[in-house]
Design a protein around this ligand. Structure first.
Ligand code: MG
Length: 205
């Protein structure tokens, strides 16, 4: 399986990192070795002093497809989960300055936390009216509402499936709302999809 990530998909987050709102989706990949299961500790890797959390809605792909039209996009979604796109912001900033690819900052081991709870897609009346949030040490730091996505889910699937065949079990991380920040050893991160607790992870290092 592969992990497809959309960057800068919420305007307020693009602004907090001083980016322009993109005209087409920003896309990057993480390998399967980036996937971290709910319940493990997240160890701060030795190569970064500035690991950020980015809480994101995650889509699990139901079946194989390419060049998917927006009107069929929803038939490719199996279920919805919540995760964290961990980012080595210091490394990302260096790579961006040099115009180099982001993989070392984004695709390292365990950089894609995903809840083990997957809510069937048919349970959602409207995927663009879903709220999610992240608490750090009990304090709400990120609040997302999927209506604020710059590129909605159908457009996102249309776009990425032009470049990559999407396959059963692939995950799409759909971008993070404002409020990203650095993690520190001992932090407890908890993710919520509507009122359901989806994951809890302790930062170690
Ligand atoms: Mg992200």
């Amino acid at each position: 399986m592969k992990i497809i990530c959309i960057g800068r998909n919420y305007a307020e987050h693009a602004h907090e990192l001083q980016h322009a709102v993109p005209e087409e989706p920003v896309v990057f990949l993480k390998p399967d070795t980036a996937l971290m299961k709910n319940g493990e500790k997240f160890w701060i890797p030795p190569f970064s002093n500035d690991i950020h959390y980015e809480c994101e809605l995650v889509l699990k792909i139901a079946r194989q497809g390419k060049f998917i039209q927006p009107k069929f996009a929803y038939t490719y979604i199996d279920s919805v989960s919540l995760g964290i796109d961990f980012t080595a912001r210091d490394i990302q900033n260096e790579l961006k300055k040099k115009g180099l690819p982001w993989e070392k900052a984004k695709a390292f081991n365990n950089s894609a936390l995903c809840s083990d709870i997957f809510v069937p897609f048919e349970n959602f009346r409207d995927i663009h009216d879903v709220h999610f949030s992240l608490k750090v040490n009990g304090e709400v730091r990120q609040v997302g509402h999927t209506k604020n996505m710059i590129f909605p889910v159908d457009k996102m699937i249309e776009h990425v499936s032009q470049f990559f065949v999407i396959k059963t079990g692939d995950l799409i991380y759909t971008g993070t709302p404002a409020g990203v920040g650095k993690v520190n050893p001992g932090d407890k991160l908890e993710g919520f999809l509507e009122h359901q607790k989806m994951f809890e992870v302790i930062i170690a290092g």
